[in-house]
Design a protein around this ligand. Structure first.
Ligand code: AMP
Length: 216
C-alpha cells in the first residue's frame, strides 16, 4: 500500500504516520526527518537547506524531489510506503505522480489530516520530540512520565528549532499559501480522504483507520 499523508504542521502527520506505517508494514518516509538528519550531519545538502528550515520556508523543489525519488527507489518499497511531508505543494504533487508512474507505482490513499489553526498553534508550541525514536510528547497534554525523557525508549526529549512562535507563524503561512492548494489537486480522487485531527492520538488514529477501510 502506498500512502501520502499531508496536512498543516502540527496536525500529527509524524505520530500517525509512524503508527500507520508500522501497522501496514510499509516504509515510513518523513521528508522533514530526512532534511533534519542532513542538517545534523552537515552534509552539503544539509548546509544548503538549513537556512530554509530555520526560516520556516520550503526547501527548493529540486532538492526534495531528488531525495524522494532516491529514497523510494532505494528503500525496499515493494511492500509500500507512507510519505509524510511530501508533497508540500502542487509542483511536488505533479512530480510525484510522474515519478511514481515512471517506476510503476501508484498511490492507494491520499490522506488529508485536518485541524484548526488554534489547535495547531497549541500543539506546536508545546511539542517535545525524542531524539532517539522521534516519538512526540506535549508539555501539557501528553507529558512524559519523567521530565526530558522518552517513555518509549528513554531517549532525550528536545524542542525543534522551528517550533518557536515566529517560525511557527511562518510555517502556517507557508502551509496556507503553498500546501493547502494541494487539496484541489487531490480532492476529486477516489483515493482521497479527509480525517479530522482534532482529538487525542488514539482517537485520531481510529478515524484514520476507519477512513482507509471505507475507501477500499
Ligand atoms: P516537517 O518536519 O514536515 O514539519 O518539516 C520541517 C521543515 O522541513 C519544513 O518547514 C520545510 O522547511 C522542510 N520541508 C519538509 N518537507 C518539505 C517539502 N516536501 N518541501 C520543501 N520543504 C520541506
Amino acid at each position: 500500500m502506498n500512502i501520502v499523508l499531508f496536512g498543516p504542521p502540527g496536525a500529527g502527520k509524524g505520530t500517525q504516520g509512524v503508527r500507520l506505517a508500522e501497522e501496514k508494514s510499509i516504509a515510513a518516509i518523513a521528508m522533514g526527518d530526512m532534511l533534519r538528519q542532513a542538517v545534523a550531519e552537515q552534509t552539503p545538502l544539509g548546509v544548503q537547506t538549513k537556512q530554509f528550515m530555520d526560516a520556516g520556508k520550503l526547501v527548493p523543489d529540486a532538492v526534495v524531489i531528488g531525495m524522494i525519488e532516491e529514497t523510494i527507489v532505494e528503500e525496499d518499497a515493494s511492500n509500500g510506503f507512507l510519505l509524510d511531508g511530501f508533497p508540500r505543494n502542487v509542483a511536488q504533487a505533479e512530480s510525484l505522480d510522474e515519478m511514481l508512474s515512471r517506476h510503476g507505482f501508484a498511490l492507494d490513499a491520499v490522506v488529508f489530516l485536518d485541524a484548526s489553526e488554534e489547535l495547531l498553534l497549541e500543539r506546536l508550541s508545546g511539542r517535545l520530540i525524542c531524539k532517539a525514536c522521534g516519538f512526540g510528547f506535549h508539555r501539557h497534554y501528553s507529558p512524559p512520565r519523567e521530565a526530558g525523557c522518552c517513555d518509549r525508549c528513554g531517549g532525550e526529549l528536545y524542542q525543534r528549532d522551528d517550533d518557536n512562535e515566529d517560525v511557527i507563524a511562518q510555517r502556517l503561512h507557508v502551509y496556507q499559501e503553498q500546501t493547502a492548494p494541494m487539496l484541489d489537486y487531490y480532492a476529486h480522487r477516489s483515493s482521497f480522504c479527509r480525517v479530522d485531527a482534532d482529538g487525542g492520538m488514539d482517537e485520531v488514529y481510529e478515524r484514520l483507520i476507519n477512513a482507509l477501510e471505507q475507501m477500499h
